[in-house]
Ligand binder design. Structure first.
Ligand code: EPZ
Length: 416
């Protein structure tokens, strides 16, 4: 039996919460750091289980990974093995970054293909096509993506669908390639900019990260440096949405509001008062939120990772709101759990229509993925009575001390 989070709803949130380093950045940064042959120190790292899984995956290939106080040292000088074990790789989607890393460093990689998961089918065709463009031979055999290249050569690659993972994998594979790689229709997420900044500090020559077109001039070797990941914009957004839904006043610190433009605009439209500082955001929510419509989109649009938390807000807002999920094909699984708490939601293909109810009622519910999990916790914060959230390991994959941070804000939440 895994942990459960037990909440008694009704408390408003008040106080200050500090956001951790970005989960999705650190997974890319750890892979990027392993491209070098000197120590790279990543500080202010989030302590969540995905970070430790990534450390195990990297170690399995010979990368040195040492944890210090709030930091991790990574050194890829002894990297030898091009086939990380399936049992580790299957645990996290970001393990696909080892393909770019190992291909870039060793000229070969055998990485288990991720299957579909809780949020939809998760193909890697764009990653594979990208590696082929750089001159690698890529095949799929027995569930593994097998990549080989005597030498990778820079090339132009138009990424057919704007993909975060493909853009990162292409950065990893091309920084040590011969010549210049141009990525077009590259993803612009802040985690990509963060990865490019780290690689440039290690001696890479990357320009244009954060725009549609990224230019990577291959270099011979990368060296050591220090770097801190950006604040986790999804964790920050989760606390903002939780406060808007539960009511109260919270100062969210260690956050860059330019990473949350659209979610902030949507929360304001719903009736929350938001004051943006340089590295913090104050949110005040003194009345019931009004329903608004949201389409998820690639950055700087409304992040799909905040869709489920926002759905909970809409489920008890005033009026009817519509969410259209444009990134993943199965990201409304949490809706069934919310319905069990009394929510009125109709789903048709990529669209969910939320008719706000006065109050959700507490129930035993399940976290089906990281973001659906925190959505269930937010539902428990606002529901009448007791909510028990199971499947908490999903939340622990991506959030550091989520329940403790909420407790410090006055939530009635305990872990059993
Ligand atoms: C990253 O996933 C994040 N994961 C996800 O966060 C996030 O939801 C997603 O980007 C979108 O922002 C990590 O950073 C580890 P994509 P990724 O490639 O890279 C399709 C969370 O909860 N596609 O941008 O896998 C794909 O199916 C997680 O923290 C292909 O068709 O996402 C999707 O429809 C969940 N072929 C779209 O592109 C490919 O080869 C965008 O996916 C690759 C992707």
């Amino acid at each position: 039996m895994g942990d459960k989070l037990v909440l008694t709803g009704g408390n408003k949130l008040r106080g200050t919460v500090e956001v951790s380093g970005s989960k999705n950045s650190i997974l890319a940064l750890m892979s990027a750091a392993a491209l070098g042959k000197e120590d790279v120190c990543l500080s202010n790292i989030p302590s969540n289980s995905d970070v430790y899984t990534m450390a195990e995956i990297l170690r399995s290939t010979g990368v040195q990974v040492r944890f210090g106080e709030g930091c991790v040292y990574i050194n890829g000088k002894d990297i030898v093995d091009h086939k990380p074990p399936y049992e580790l790789v299957r645990k996290i989607r970001a393990s696909v970054y080892t393909a770019g890393l190992l291909l870039g460093r060793l000229g070969q990689a055998e990485v288990a293909l991720p299957g579909g998961d809780e949020i939809g089918s998760r193909p890697v065709d764009l990653h594979m096509r990208g590696f082929q463009t750089l001159g690698a031979e890529v095949t799929v055999e027995h569930g593994f993506m097998i990549c080989k290249a005597s030498r990778l050569t820079g090339a132009n690659y138009y990424i057919n669908k704007c993909s975060v993972g493909t853009t990162i994998n292409m950065l990893l594979a091309s920084v040590l390639a011969d010549g210049v790689t141009i990525l077009e229709n590259a993803a612009k997420e802040p985690e990509i900019v963060d990865t490019a900044i780290l690689l440039n500090s290690m001696g890479a020559k990357i320009r244009g990260a954060g725009t549609d077109t990224i230019r990577i001039e291959g270099v011979r070797e990368l060296h050591g440096c220090e770097h801190s990941p950006i604040p986790d914009r999804i964790e920050a957004g989760t606390f903002l949405i939780a406060t808007a839904a539960a009511g109260g006043e919270v100062l969210v610190t260690n956050v860059l509001s330019e990473h949350l433009r659209i979610p902030i605009a949507k929360l304001r439209e719903a009736g929350a008062e938001i004051i943006e500082g340089d590295t913090d955001i104050l949110i005040r929510a003194n009345r019931r939120m009004k329903a608004v419509d949201v389409d998820t989109a690639v950055f700087p649009g409304f992040a799909t990772d905040l869709q489920a938390p926002f759905g909970v807000l809409l489920s008890q807002a005033e009026g009817a709101g519509i969410i259209r999920e444009t990134i993943f094909d199965n990201r409304f699984r949490y809706v069934d759990e919310l319905r069990r708490m009394g929510a009125e939601i109709k789903v048709e293909r990529d669209t969910a229509i939320f008719r706000g109810v006065d109050r959700l009622s507490g129930a035993p519910v399940e976290a089906t993925d990281i973001r659906a999990g925190v959505a269930m916790v937010i539902a428990g914060l606002v529901a009448e009575g007791i909510t028990e959230v199971s499947g908490v390991y999903h939340i622990d994959r991506g959030y550091e001390r989520f329940d403790e941070k909420l407790r410090n804000l006055g939530a009635d939440i305990r872990r059993c």
